[in-house]
Structures are given as structure tokens and as C-alpha cells.
Design a protein around this ligand. Structure first.
Ligand SMILES: NC(=O)c1ccc[n+]([C@@H]2O[C@H](COP(=O)([O-])OP(=O)(O)OC[C@H]3O[C@@H](n4cnc5c(N)ncnc54)[C@H](OP(=O)(O)O)[C@@H]3O)[C@@H](O)[C@H]2O)c1
Length: 281
């Protein structure tokens, strides 16, 4: 995809982290951007940070591209349908959709309440479904691109992420099935599977992680959201369906696919060592 071919982007989870980094890249490429999330204040702040980057040499804010915000919960089908359809009328028909809204609550399986499991499925899996269903007619008409954000934890089940890995694996399955249904419709679908990325959401997650989860990710690097955004557009320009930012994450995903026993062995050994250390103190 050559630069600046996106005209109008809708980004769920656009007020923070990876979604905001993708929005910045799209604004740089002169696309109009609609940021979608629940918290209005954070949305306004995020939009302000994008607009302040669009000052011309004489100090005036350039009239294009446009940046707007929409407050909704992607897990609420009525809100999604009503508010997104109104946004299409008022802001324009999208030719790019990033389903990036998400949050994770890592913990031991038997300590995750059903309500948090449901919240996890609602935002990642049902949210992706509802938003895609509502916007698909416009994305089809405009020969657009849909990017669904999964995770490396959707390709490799990770300790402490029973709910999250299930939801993110679901996002990959959904995207693969939809890709084949739309293969001749001129619309593109890609799945982004980032590894650990330094965002406000990741920081919040780190405070909840079981010790074993921390031990597993201790040796892995952490990407910047801007790097994830750049790798997304590089992957799209190469026509990739599955986009895994970072060499280390691509290597892990490759080994997990071709030699899953190796990844399980390494993770199990790390977990046992971590438990031994906990018992010995
Ligand atoms: N950071 C990582 O290490 C990492 C790795 C792999 C995958 N991911 C995935 O990447 C995506 C972005 O994560 P991030 O790390 O950038 O997180 P983040 O900084 O916490 O941003 C999450 C965004 O999603 C929005 N959001 C959360 N729940 C929502 C809901 N129910 N409806 C609408 N918007 C909602 C948040 O705004 P409000 O709270 O105001 O709604 C915020 O804009 C997520 O899908 C995450 O699972 C992240």
C-alpha cells in the first residue's frame, strides 16, 4: 500500500498506546482520523496531541486532515451500531478500520471472575465483531482495509492470560474466516499480533501479572508503540495478512507454529524455576 492511500480511518482504542501511534502515522499520511474509545477526556487529549502536530510554518493548524473523537464501548452492540452509523454520516465513510480497543486482566485462571472473562471477550472478540459488522458495507464500497489487533498471546497461549489468549486467538480465527469470505470483494484484512509493547495498558497489566507471567516475559524485549505502527504499515505495503512486529516475536511465533513443543518446554522450565524461587524465600 503506497503512502497516503488511506482517506478516512476509524480507530477503536485510538485514545492511547498502539491505536494512538497508528493514528499519528495516519495523520502524518494526511488521512482523516476518527478516534474511538470510552473515556471522553482521554479522547480529547489524544485528539489534541494529533492536532498540535499539524501546525504549518506560519503557526496555523492545517485544515486537513481532520481528527475527531467518538465515545463508545465497543462491547455494547446498540451503542456501536447507533453511534458509528451517525459518525459515518457526520465524519465520512471509512476506508480503513483498526480494531484496537482492548484491555487485559492477567491472573491465575481460578482467580479470574466470570465477569472479567466476559469483559475480556466483549471488548476484544465481540467488539471486533460488532464494529466490523457495522462498518463493513462502507469498507467494501471504498475497497478499504480492516486491521484486527490480536497479540503474540493469541498465537501462543501464555500463563496468566487464559481469558486474553482465548479472546485474541478468537480474533485471529474470526479474521481468517472473514478474509476468505471477502477475498474477491476488493477489501483487505490483516491481523496485527504485537508482542509486549510499552503503552499505558501494558503498564497497568504489569501491576496485575502473576510472578510466573513476569518470569516468562522477563527476557523478552518491549517494543515502542511507534515501532508497532511502522511495522503495521510495512506489513500492509507487503500485502501481509499476519503482521508480527519485531524479529524476536516473529521468531517465537515461527517456533510456536513449527516446533510448539520447544516453546512449551522453555515456558514450563521458566515457570518451574520461578516457583522454586518463590518456595525458597
Ligand atoms: N501493549 C501490549 O503489550 C500489547 C501487546 C499485544 C496486543 N496488544 C493489544 O493492542 C491493543 C491496544 O493495546 P494498548 O497496549 O495500546 O492499550 P492501551 O494503551 O490501554 O489502549 C487501549 C485503548 O482501548 C480503549 N478501550 C478499552 N476498552 C474499550 C472498550 N470497551 N470500548 C472502546 N474502547 C476501549 C482505551 O480507551 P478507554 O479505556 O477510554 O475506553 C484505549 O484507547 C489491545 O487490543 C491490546 O490487547 C497490546
Amino acid at each position: 500500500m503506497p503512502e497516503a492511500t488511506v482517506r478516512c480511518a476509524f480507530i477503536t482504542g485510538g485514545s492511547s498506546g498502539i491505536g494512538l501511534a497508528v493514528a499519528k502515522e495516519l495523520v502524518r499520511r494526511k488521512a482523516d482520523v476518527l478516534l474511538i474509545a470510552r473515556d471522553k477526556n482521554r479522547l480529547e487529549q489524544a485528539a489534541g496531541s494529533l492536532i498540535s502536530g499539524r501546525v504549518d510554518a506560519s503557526g496555523r493548524i492545517e485544515p486537513k486532515p481532520r481528527v475527531a473523537t467518538l465515545a463508545l464501548d465497543v462491547g455494547n452492540p446498540e451503542q456501536v451500531k447507533n453511534l458509528l452509523l451517525r459518525a459515518v454520516q457526520e465524519f465520512g465513510e471509512p476506508d480503513f478500520l483498526l480494531n484496537c480497543a482492548g484491555e487485559a486482566f492477567p491472573d491465575y485462571f481460578d482467580r479470574i471472575p466470570d465477569a472479567l472473562f466476559e469483559q475480556t471477550i466483549n471488548v476484544h472478540l465481540k467488539g471486533t465483531w460488532y464494529v466490523t459488522k457495522t462498518l463493513l458495507p462502507y469498507l467494501k464500497k471504498n475497497q478499504g482495509i480492516i486491521v484486527n489487533v490480536s497479540s503474540l498471546a493469541g498465537l501462543v497461549g501464555v500463563f496468566g492470560y487464559t481469558a486474553y489468549s482465548a479472546a485474541k486467538a478468537g480474533v485471529i480465527g474470526f479474521s481468517e474466516a472473514l478474509r476468505s469470505e471477502l477475498v474477491d470483494e476488493g477489501i483487505r484484512i490483516a491481523v496485527l499480533c504485537p508482542p509486549d509493547t510499552d503503552t499505558p495498558g501494558f503498564e497497568k497489566e504489569n501491576r496485575m501479572k502473576p510472578r510466573e507471567t513476569k518470569a516468562i516475559s522477563a527476557s523478552a524485549g518491549v517494543l515502542k508503540p511507534e515501532t508497532v505502527a511502522q511495522e503495521l504499515f510495512r506489513g500492509l505495503s507487503k500485502g501481509k495478512f499476519l503482521i508480527i512486529p519485531g524479529f524476536e516475536a516473529r521468531f517465537t511465533a515461527w517456533v510456536a507454529r513449527h516446533m510448539p513443543v520447544v516453546v512449551r518446554w522453555v515456558m514450563d522450565r521458566t515457570i518451574r524455576n520461578c516457583r522454586r524461587q518463590i518456595q525458597s524465600v
